[in-house]
Write a protein that binds this ligand. Structure first.
Ligand SMILES: *[C@@H]1O[C@H](CO)[C@@H](O)[C@H](O)[C@H]1NC(C)=O
Ligand SMILES: *[C@@H]1O[C@H](CO)[C@@H](O)[C@H](O)[C@H]1NC(C)=O
Ligand SMILES: *[C@@H]1O[C@H](CO)[C@@H](O)[C@H](O)[C@H]1NC(C)=O
Ligand SMILES: CC(=O)N[C@H]1CO[C@H](CO)[C@@H](O)[C@@H]1O
Length: 265
């Protein structure tokens, strides 16, 4: 993994917890992208690509750091308490990293995110994976007992048991291995609002900068579902987010029923 010296040092300091800096960037950049996407600065081909990508029945946004789908609000008077998604671990190509995760909040509800996912890393051509959970704005914490391999089918569930407590569950559907971690909000101000549910592939931040992005090919979240105490929603109708960096759209996201397909173009 990149910046290993820093992380080895951190791991020692944090008694074995393998922590990385928080993912503040993702949310800020998302806002920035939503606000400032200026088509006049884009190349013509990119304009066309954006037009084509935006031509769905879904509202589409562009983000520096996120790609995927977000349900931006639950049914009136309810809050999201569970988000689940299943995907096959891809074989990424090109040095860098990316992370696929499911989460509650972090979009319009910007004070917190309860999230869990898998990083795909390529270092000098060597591919590795690690899984983690995070209650933003805390650091992400690695789950060393759950190390996926390419081709594994992994189901991830984040669940809030209150606005400041929850669980994340990672399941290896190939073997039935199941890991559940208890998670708490780092502070009262990071209480969940339960307003957003998301399925994302992210260019995450490490040591204050975005990691170089690897090409993950395609991550397809299946069985994507967001639940409140009394109802269950699929991402059908969710807002689609495509990643755009340096005026280049890097992803093609589509949603159909309970499937969110996030393709690195
Ligand atoms: C996108 O939608 C607009 C307006 O409905 C239409 O004029 C245009 O041809 C569509 N573009 C593509 C690439 O489908
Ligand atoms: C899932 O099971 C497969 C087959 O036993 C194993 O190779 C892989 O490492 C497991 N993945 C995780 C995430 O535990
Ligand atoms: C999580 O909390 C439950 C209920 O308090 C407890 O039974 C379980 O052992 C905890 N799990 C872990 C991994 O700490
Ligand atoms: C590539 C890129 O624009 N990354 C941005 C992600 O978000 C952070 C915080 O807004 C920015 O500092 C990065 O430049």
């Amino acid at each position: 993994m990149k910046l290993s010296t820093f992380f080895i040092a951190s791991a020692l300091v944090f008694s074995g917890a393998f922590a990385r800096p928080s993912r503040l960037a993702e949310r800020m950049a998302r806002r920035e992208a939503a606000r400032s996407g200026n088509p006049l600065q884009l190349s013509r081909s990119n304009e066309e690509l954006k037009a084509a990508l935006g031509n769905t029945t879904h509202p589409t946004e562009f983000s520096t750091n996120w790609s995927g789908a977000v349900i931006e609000s639950p049914p009136a008077g309810q809050t999201f308490t569970t988000v689940v998604g299943t995907f096959v671990i891809p074989t990424p190509s090109g040095n860098g990293a990316a992370s696929a995760w499911v989460g509650i909040d972090g979009d319009t509800a910007s004070n917190s995110i309860l999230q869990s996912g898998v990083d795909f890393n390529v270092n000098n051509g060597r591919v590795s994976y690690d899984s983690w959970f995070e209650w933003f704005p805390n650091f992400a914490i690695d789950i060393p007992s759950f190390v996926p391999s390419a081709g594994n089918t992994v189901r991830i569930t984040v669940h809030s048991t209150s606005t400041t407590t929850g669980t994340v569950t990672l399941e290896n559907l190939t073997t039935g291995q199941r890991v559940t971690e208890n998670v708490s909000a780092p502070s009262r101000s990071a209480a969940l609002a339960g307003q957003n549910a998301e399925w994302i592939v992210e260019d995450f931040e490490e040591n204050g900068g975005l990691v170089p992005l690897t090409n993950w090919g395609t991550v397809t979240f299946t069985g994507a579902q967001a639940s409140t105490a009394s109802s269950s929603l699929t991402p059908a109708g969710a807002t689609i987010i495509n990643m755009e960096q340096n005026n280049r759209v890097l992803t093609s996201v589509s949603v159909s029923g309970s499937t969110v397909t996030v393709r690195h173009t």
